[in-house]
Ligand binder design. Structure first.
Ligand SMILES: CC(C)(COP(=O)(O)OP(=O)(O)OC[C@H]1O[C@@H](n2cnc3c(N)ncnc32)[C@H](O)[C@@H]1OP(=O)(O)O)[C@@H](O)C(=O)NCCC(=O)NCCS
Length: 193
């Protein structure tokens, strides 16, 4: 595992850094990727000019919203492969919403998402002391749904026919993971159960 001075969170196969401005072109590429947009955005795809993206990205890097944290996900070979976020952080209620995008398709389906989610949840519960973490998925996003269920999230409800793709509507599912369930699962994993 390559360790850089920017590394702030470390898993078995990935490490996280904060967003780095020098990587803007990779983020711009993923931002303008129609397939990624289909899987993780409520907004219809439209190509964003580099100038507009640069303004938004500068804000995310240099003047981030205090209620959100954005990370870069790097594989163990050092390559930048995606992003992870913790958003809508409520200090008072100790809850937040998370998401992960492995932007580099060469790294899909190989366990990097699973490791990234483990790192993200450890940070949420161990470092940020959250009580509850939420995740949302569209009904057609099998990989993300499988991943959050694997991590112990329970489906709490859905927004029926919430998102439009072409002339069809699809549900948005809401998942939640409480601290107690996270700790119970960790203990079982450590005990090899
Ligand atoms: C969702 C995502 C993060 C999963 O990461 P990944 O590294 O590809 O997934 P992993 O290899 O860790 O596998 C995690 C689970 O997803 C399943 N999975 C992976 N790719 C899949 C696919 N194309 N179709 C169905 N299931 C898939 C795996 O089988 C595994 O489930 P299992 O444990 O029940 O077998 C990644 O595919 C991605 O970034 N997709 C695009 C963006 C997105 O949808 N983000 C989520 C919303 S914020």
């Amino acid at each position: 595992m390559i360790v850089t001075s920017d590394e702030i969170l470390k898993g078995e196969r990935v490490y996280f850094t904060r967003l780095q401005f020098e990587n803007i072109y990779k983020h711009f590429e993923w931002n303008n990727d129609p397939e990624l947009n289909h899987l993780d955005s409520e907004l219809p795809y439209s190509e964003e000019p580099l100038g507009d993206f640069k303004k938004r990205f500068e804000q995310l890097v240099f003047d981030p919203n205090p209620n959100s944290i954005d990370f870069e996900i790097h594989a163990d070979d050092g390559k930048l492969i995606g992003v992870a976020f913790i958003s809508a952080i409520s200090e008072h209620n100790s809850h937040a919403t998370i998401g992960i995008t492995i932007g580099d398709r060469d790294y899909w389906g190989k366990g990097y998402g699973r490791d990234a989610l483990t790192v993200l949840l450890d940070h949420c519960f161990e470092d940020l002391s959250l009580h509850r973490v939420a995740a949302e998925t569209f009904e057609f996003n099998d990989a993300w749904r499988r991943l959050v269920r694997w991590a112990g999230f329970e489906r709490e409800g859905l927004y029926a026919e919430y998102v439009r793709r072409g002339d069809k509507y699809f549900d948005k599912e809401v998942y939640g993971l409480l601290e107690g369930a996270y700790r119970y699962r960790k203990l079982h994993a450590m005990a090899g159960l």
